[in-house]
Design a binder for this molecule. Structure first.
Ligand code: PLP
Length: 375
């Protein structure tokens, strides 16, 4: 039986259209900054790609700055707010490390904005926090990478704007999975990453509204309007654009995957697992489940041995599993080392989701119930 990949939130398989775009660019010579014909063709490729990425979130192409990924996009946003003399950071409790770590080294006081038990940020807390003195950079992700829970970004945007703050939205997981209209969010900056939507790793973008002045993060030849110097990663950018076009066209189809996800959720819950964030709006292809006393690491390993690839709730680059800050913030520290994330996407089938359930349930049945791996 062939392996099942249900770890799209870590990285999605590259879409054929993205591969084709990358190969097309690699087969041609040309630096977008060169004035000759090859350079002009490369420039045209770059600007067409910018249009496609802009269309993903409903902005004009000039709002898009290409970066090396979602991490750099959020770093650029946070550093820009620091340069613009914002005085403090209100940081969502379930933010990805890309934002969490960058916020903590920004040199400004950080206050963690709590979530309620379902993983949704508490807007009453935000109201109180914004009423305190000091212009605030507010960081709120659009969709959580572990649970898929959607945050009230537009509601936050309205409040942050009224308080003359800066709202940065990490939309790395949401983009290409649900519709995004940047202007409706009243956000100032928004981070995107190609490899979560079927493009290659190592390319992303920061979208900036008219109120945001971006800092010059990388100095040099003045590319990306001086905001990020260095010859553009044109093969990656072209592939990002191709993936973005396909993802945008496939949003409705992806929404239907919620039925397969929900069916799996019901099977696992019937066997005693806890589904996290299930009572609120979530990405359609993400399921976070915890099994009390059964470590995330073991669950991932036994599923992998049976040919199904999923993730622990939170993984770090070393491949080691650490306990989930998201699950802890949701008031379930007891489950933070026992949660796994199952995430599908554009190429997943119903059979993949069924197989994940079969494998998990078989492994669970083999466990000796009295042995607790997590104290
Ligand atoms: N933000 C979120 C929510 C993510 O899930 C990830 C990737 O795991 C990132 C940011 C980082 O993106 P990139 O890998 O493109 O740097």
């Amino acid at each position: 039986m062939s392996a099942v990949y249900l770890d799209f939130n870590a990285t999605a398989p590259v879409r054929p259209q993205a591969r084709e775009a990358m190969n097309r660019v690699l087969d041609r010579v040309g630096n977008p900054s060169s004035v000759h014909a090859a350079g002009r063709a490369a420039r045209s490729e770059l600007e067409q790609a910018r249009e496609a990425v802009a269309a993903l979130v409903g902005v004009v192409p000039g709002s898009v700055t290409f970066t090396s990924g979602g991490t750099e996009a959020s770093a650029l946003a946070i550093e820009s707010a620091v340069s613009a003399k914002f005085e403090r950071i209100l940081l969502g409790a379930t933010e990805h490390d890309a934002v969490w770590e960058a916020a903590h080294v920004a040199g400004l006081p950080v206050e963690v904005w709590p979530v309620e038990g379902n993983g949704v940020a508490d807007l009453a807390w935000l109201d109180e926090a914004l009423a305190r003195p000091g212009r605030a950079l507010v960081c709120l992700m659009m969709a959580n990478n572990e649970t898929g829970v959607l945050q009230p970004v537009a509601e936050a945007g309205e409040r942050v704007r009224a308080a003359d703050g800066w709202l940065h939205v990490d939309a790395v997981q949401a983009a290409g999975k649900i519709a995004i209209d940047f202007s409706g969010l009243q956000a100032d900056t928004l981070a995107l990453s190609a490899h979560k939507l079927g493009g290659p790793q190592g390319v992303g973008a920061l979208v900036a509204g008219t109120r945001a002045t971006l800092a010059r993060r990388q100095h040099g030849g003045g590319q990306e309007r001086g905001r990020r110097a260095g010859t553009e990663n044109l093969p990656g950018i072209a592939a990002f654009a191709a993936a973005a076009r396909e993802a945008l066209a496939g949003i409705e189809a992806l929404a239907a995957q919620a039925a397969w996800r929900d069916a799996l959720q019901a099977r696992l819950e019937a066997a005693g697992a806890t589904a996290l964030g299930k009572a609120v709006a979530r990405l359609p292809q993400t399921l976070c489940v915890a099994a009390d006393g059964w470590s995330s690491e073991t669950q991932v390993m036994v599923m992998d041995l049976a040919g199904v690839m999923v993730s622990a709730g939170a993984a770090c680059s070393s491949g080691k599993v650490k306990s989930s800050r998201t699950v802890e913030a949701m008031g379930r520290p007891d489950l933070a080392a026992c949660s796994i994330r199952i995430s599908g996407g554009w190429s997943s089938t119903e059979a993949d989701w069924v197989r994940a359930g079969d494998v998990w349930l078989e492994a669970q049945a083999r466990r000796r119930p009295k042995i607790k791996e997590v104290a």
